[in-house]
Design a binder for this molecule. Structure first.
Ligand code: ATP
Length: 349
């Protein structure tokens, strides 16, 4: 250490070279250089590298004995949309991935939380390795996938092929790790929930209160009854339900082009009407959707009519997010209002 006071010009030049206009309030006092670094929108690794570079370079300037970097960032007004279904196998994960990709194509910065602890599938759908993500400041760093969606999945926390038999509190802790992570500039977080109305859903509603929920159902009556249960759950947690998506709606024969309805048709739209919930759109039962999902190249990234279906649903979700005021109290759903055929079923909340 030397008694010589550092050359302010040399300090400013070094800071400017490394951090350009991100640095402000540069001060030197008794050999200690302090500055404020705006890290808005930076990835954690990029941010750490800049911090180290500043410290290393400034310490080499004569008279500098200490370097203090205060990082600040603009608060990202991140929205969280949970995607749920009353029962398994209705295509909730497939729909979640494709909605996320469509939202990304519409200019949003999207993150995906695969909260399906018992059957995580987003690592496959988004073609991302099931390796444990890195950690910074005791928080997980989501992995950027080739589709431009950041991902954290239960599939990355468990060993490949491991049967997950966690009880509620354990599942809740794992969910918290995935959500309370280094999401950086991600503006919209999609949470792909496990099917049904269990511990993970409860934990999500109690601790993280998503801004809204989307329910995926197939058109047949039984699935719709389950979907009603999922709506009821979000309703009790005072989470607004954005609407219903009807998946596997109408099968177009790849050989003759004839459209058939193995699970019925229009059931979810009807149910949405009855419950006074918006109907967000219909996705056909289509071989290409299954093939592209299995291959980790989701169909929403292309320009097919199936992709257009997802783009239209994604646009409705974005419109809802843009229109809704996060600080406003969630409205009482029409379905719960007196006189609605579902008011008894949905309870008083
Ligand atoms: N619209 C569709 N057309 C054709 N196949 C589909 C469609 N939607 C989903 N699938 C296929 O159905 C199967 C189940 O889909 P997915 O895993 O997304 O359902 P899920 O509701 O998330 O299931 P789980 O509850 O088990 O997590 C997958 O093989 C998927 O490729």
């Amino acid at each position: 250490m030397t008694d010589q006071s550092p050359d302010m010009q040399a300090v400013s030049k070094a800071v400017e070279t490394i951090a350009s206009d991100r640095a402000s309030n540069i001060k030197v006092k008794e050999g200690a250089v302090s500055l404020v670094l705006d890290v808005s929108g930076m990835e954690p690794l990029q941010r750490d590298k800049m911090d180290i570079a500043l410290r290393d370079t400034l310490r080499q300037i004569d008279g500098v004995s200490d370097v203090r970097v205060a990082m600040t960032s603009e608060k990202v007004n991140r929205r969280m949309i949970a995607i749920g279904s009353g029962k398994g196998g209705v295509g909730k994960s497939t729909v979640s991935t494709n909605i996320a990709i469509a939202m990304h194509r519409l200019g949003r910065k999207v993150g995906m939380v695969d909260a399906d602890i018992y059957g995580p599938s987003q690592t496959r759908l988004l073609d991302c390795p099931e390796t444990k993500p890195e950690v910074s400041d005791q928080k997980l760093i989501p992995m950027m996938t080739g589709a431009g969606i950041k991902l954290l999945s239960m599939g990355q926390l468990a060993k490949p092929g491991q049967a997950i038999a966690w009880r509620g509190p354990m599942a809740g802790k794992a969910l918290a790790q995935l959500i309370d992570a280094q999401w950086g500039e991600t503006s919209d977080l999609i949470v792909d929930l496990p099917p049904g109305t269990g511990d993970v859903q409860m934990s999500l509603m109690q601790h993280f209160k998503p801004d809204g929920a989307v329910i995926v159902s197939t058109p047949q009556d039984l699935a719709l009854l389950d979907a009603t249960r999922a709506i009821n759950l979000f309703d009790q947690g005072k989470i607004p339900v954005l609407g219903l998506v009807e998946n596997m709606s109408g099968y177009v024969c790849p050989h003759c082009g004839e459209v058939s309805d193995p699970f019925g048709a229009g059931g979810a739209e009807e149910a949405a009407k009855t419950m006074h919930l918006p109907f967000l759109g219909r996705v056909p039962l289509d071989m290409e959707i299954r093939k592209t999902s299995d291959a980790g190249t989701p169909i929403a990234a292309g320009d097919s009519p199936q992709a257009q279906a997802f783009m239209a649903i994604a646009q409705k979700i974005i419109d809802w997010m843009d229109a809704s005021n996060p600080s406003a109290a969630p409205p009482v759903p029409e379905a719960k209002k007196k006189g609605s055929p579902f008011s008894k079923l949905l309870g008083k909340g």
